[in-house]
Design a protein around this ligand. Structure first.
Ligand code: UDP
Ligand code: MG
Length: 320
């Protein structure tokens, strides 16, 4: 299998026929083995029966997974990834806001040697106040914090080489952070402008609250990517800084006591200093616990702390 398309579907009954039409129009001339995995995320409308109908007529290309209830777009994407067989994976929305016609140019870009091609909805057709503007800010923050510079994390339409997705689990709203993870394992990433259309049928499932969730997820992602194999650097660093601040305060108090005869314990600085020292010490200890957890995490899954692009004259798995 060369190519797997993954499409999360939640209450999109009227969009699906258009989507299938567009997908066939693009995939047929490509002349390669492809599949589309549609994940019905517990739709309450007729989406599932529409999907069943298409799956029956074309069992060689169309695969359907149907959730028992609504688990969210990220879970739907995760399920699609679990079952996808293609060496290349393309994610897109079911509502025809993304344009399947953009897929061939993204695949061509992958062929140039990139591992991930991210779609950029330069002229995005969503609500300017509740979606586009907050998302612009969120994209800016994510780029700054992660150092992975993309204009549009939220665009579902992205193409991936399968191996950069290996070993990554998706939680919360995290599918948009796949590029951050991919970059942390050394993927070559680029972005391309893609088409974007207003929704014709059905309505959006998201509003302003989504941006808030995304920013919270950013904390987790940043922590996991930057410190997951060395948590003591974060906890120990914070702890160390607090303890140094505490020591400086204490030194100042003793200096005042010696030369100006001001009581040490009478000053509020004394309490603050004692508190900072305790916090700092606690933080160091937490770092040690986190180090234990990291070892359990990597060793229980036999997960190496590195990722390999290619090997020459080596084929055995070092763990066997
Ligand atoms: N979606 C999903 N589960 C959800 C919400 C959305 O599978 O709980 C799907 C939805 O059917 C669509 C895609 O995710 O294919 C993007 O959703 P939507 O168009 O509502 O988001 P927007 O384009 O407004 O960001
Ligand atoms: Mg949409």
């Amino acid at each position: 299998m060369n190519l797997s398309l993954i499409v999360p579907v939640y209450n999109e009954q009227d969009n699906l026929p258009l989507l299938f039409e567009a997908i066939y129009k693009v995939m047929t001339p490509l002349n390669q083995a492809w599949e589309v995995i549609l994940v019905d995320d517990g739709s309450q409308d007729k989406s599932l029966s529409v999907l069943q109908k298409y799956a029956q007529t074309d069992s060689s290309h169309i695969r359907v997974i149907s959730f028992r209830r609504n688990f969210g777009q990220t879970a739907a994407i995760a399920a699609g990834l679990d079952y996808a067989q293609g060496a290349t994976i393309v994610l897109l929305d079911a509502d025809m806001q993304n344009d399947p016609a953009d897929i061939p140019m993204m695949l061509a870009k992958l062929d140039e040697g990139y591992d991930l091609v991210s779609g950029w909805r330069k002229s995005r057709k969503d609500n300017a106040i509740t979606r586009n503007f907050p998302s612009m800010i969120a994209n800016w923050i994510i780029s700054r914090v992660t150092g992975v510079h993309l204009h549009d994390y939220g665009c579902t339409l992205k193409a991936y080489r399968r191996d950069v997705l290996e070993g990554f689990r998706l939680y919360g709203e995290m599918h948009r952070f796949i590029p951050v993870y991919a970059s942390s394992v050394g993927a070559k990433i680029t972005e391309m402008q893609v088409n974007h259309y207003p929704r014709r049928f059905g309505k959006t499932k998201y509003g302003l609250e989504r941006t808030a969730k995304v920013v919270l997820d950013l904390f987790t992602v940043k922590f996991l990517v930057a410190f997951s194999s060395k948590p003591i650097y974060l906890f120990g660093g914070t702890g160390g800084a607090l303890m140094i601040a505490s020591t400086i305060m204490m030194a100042y108090l003793f200096f005042r006591r010696l030369f100006f005869f001001v009581s040490v314990t009478g000053s509020p600085l004394f309490q603050v200093s004692a508190m900072l020292f305790t916090l700092g010490f606690q933080s160091m200890l937490m770092g040690l616990i986190a180090e234990l957890l990291v070892r359990t995490y990597h060793e229980s899954q036999r997960k190496p702390t590195y990722t390999v692009r290619t090997m020459i004259n080596l084929d055995q798995d070092p763990r066997d």
